[in-house]
Ligand binder design. Structure first.
Ligand code: HEM
Length: 429
């Protein structure tokens, strides 16, 4: 990985990253100044003006770093703000104010890992206040439970802001600027804030990147006291995820027509992880079988966290065996099952998930973009694989990673194209 910051072998570096993760989770002015004291505060200002950036808010990939295999390397620190609209419009004056706020933080930082990437999306609750319905080209249903074994709370926030950077202090400064607690950010004046428009109703934080889960596993509910998460793992479950060839392209997840052409949707779930059995009873071979597919395990294809896989998990060879593996081998892999939702050989959702220790519990904020929420539902249904377990011979607890995860909350948002990102009506223009 081409990431910033020291890794294993540098105790000072390890504690710095864990410290920054904690500060991002806490938030506020003192957490920000603590971060600035520990991190490199010298961050490049924007090289692209806000209106020179792509119209697609989700067009992050060409600006993000890549690893040695060409996989996109997501920013390390993430913040999600669930927002309630408290304005009395939405009015054009509020739209201008919100656009100024979003553009201010964009002007302050370069677009990329060492600066800031962001999106703002709007939930069904936001659009309910208008007389008009969303156009047929937008699929944005209310969130709902998606598996027989889950009973999630359904978020009803009006909007969701996603901020991400390799620097914790950048994420925190952007938050402080947007919420009106900073007049200047990275030597750039803050020209607008959420002010009387949005109140922050929910704050979720997290991280992804080699070494970060290992550094942040201590004392966290859901992870054994033996602190088993390997140092080379970018995620708590011990494997690399988001390979280039196992992601939908940004084109595939873009809304192609209508007033929101160039936009996308977000599905966000809050997932608790329970990794006691995962690490204490399952072997690496069993974990590989459950995460990827049984053939990957028997052929020993995954070394450690899977950095040897290059730019593809290589599950295409076993997707068609899912049914057979479930019925005869009694075990079926997570990626193998989810792969059944592919269209024309490619996945249809773009995963931008990250781990979390919010509430001192091991979790995953599963954030995915797709053209329609139906694409997410199709993929999640394939991942649940109820069809596979119906008459399966083997034990149901070998159904991918289902037994290790509990979905606590679900939410859907429309991420408009940049030109309509400030308080859109259902039929803008
Ligand atoms: C704790 C939760 C999860 C973890 C640790 C996890 C991890 C992984 C890993 C390691 C892979 C294989 C590598 C890759 O293709 O990038 C994978 C593939 C995938 N996962 Fe997950 N995943 C989780 C939850 C989910 C959820 C909730 C969904 C939603 C449906 C999902 C959808 C997918 C898809 C679509 C693929 C690619 C399948 C293909 O190649 O066609 N994952 N995941």
């Amino acid at each position: 990985m081409t990431g910033s910051g020291p890794r294993s072998g540098s105790p000072r570096g390890l504690s710095r990253r864990a410290f920054v993760r904690t500060a991002v989770a806490i938030g506020g002015a003192s957490a920000l100044s603590a971060c600035l004291g520990r991190e490199d505060a010298d961050v490049p200002q924007a090289d692209l003006a806000p209106d020179e950036r792509p119209d697609r808010q989700h067009a992050w990939n060409e600006f993000l770093a890549t690893d040695d295999h060409g996989n996109v390397r997501p920013p390390e620190h993430h913040l999600l703000l669930g927002l309630e609209y408290v304005g009395d419009g939405p009015s054009d004056q509020e739209r201008a104010q919100l656009e100024d706020a979003l553009a201010s933080v964009e002007r302050a930082y370069r677009y990329g890992n060492d600066g800031l990437v962001s999106t703002i999306g709007y939930g069904p609750a936001y659009f309910d206040r208008f007389d008009d319905d969303l156009p047929g080209s937008v699929d944005l249903p209310e969130p709902e439970a998606l598996a027989p074994i889950e009973d999630p709370e359904l978020d009803g926030y009006d909007a969701l802001v996603h901020l991400a950077s390799d620097h914790g202090h950048v994420v925190l400064s952007a938050e402080e600027a947007l919420t009106g607690d900073l007049d200047e950010v990275n030597d750039t004046p803050v020209e607008g804030t959420f002010g009387e428009i949005f109140e922050v109703a929910d704050r979720r934080t997290g991280f992804i990147g080699e070494g970060l889960p290992a550094e942040n596993q201590e004392g966290v509910t859901g992870i054994p006291d033996t602190e088993p998460v390997p140092e080379d793992a970018p995620l708590f479950m011990g494997f690399k995820s988001g390979f280039e060839r196992n992601q939908a392209s940004e084109d595939r997840v873009t809304i192609e027509e209508g007033p929101f052409e160039g936009g996308t949707t977000t599905h966000l779930s809050k997932i608790d992880l329970r990794l006691e059995q995962w690490y204490e009873q399952d072997s690496h071979e069993q974990r590989v079988a459950k995460m990827f597919c049984p053939a990957h395990a028997s052929e020993d294809r995954v070394e450690g966290a899977g950095h040897n896989l290059g730019d593809a998990s290589g599950v295409e060879g076993c997707i068609d065996d899912a049914d057979d593996d479930a019925r005869n081998a009694g075990i079926v892999g997570h990626a193998q099952k989810a792969g059944r939702a592919r269209e024309d050989g490619d996945p249809i959702i773009l995963r931008r998930d990250f781990n979390s220790t919010d509430d001192d519990r091991a979790g995953l904020h599963f954030l995915a973009h797709q053209q329609s929420i139906a694409d997410f539902v199709k993929t999640r249904t394939a991942m649940t694989g109820s069809d596979l377990t119906a008459g399966a011979v083997g034990p149901i607890n070998n159904n991918g990673i289902l037994q290790y995860i509990t979905v606590r909350r679900r939410a859907n948002y429309l991420v408009p194209p940049r030109r309509h990102r400030a308080l859109p009506t259902p039929i803008p223009e």
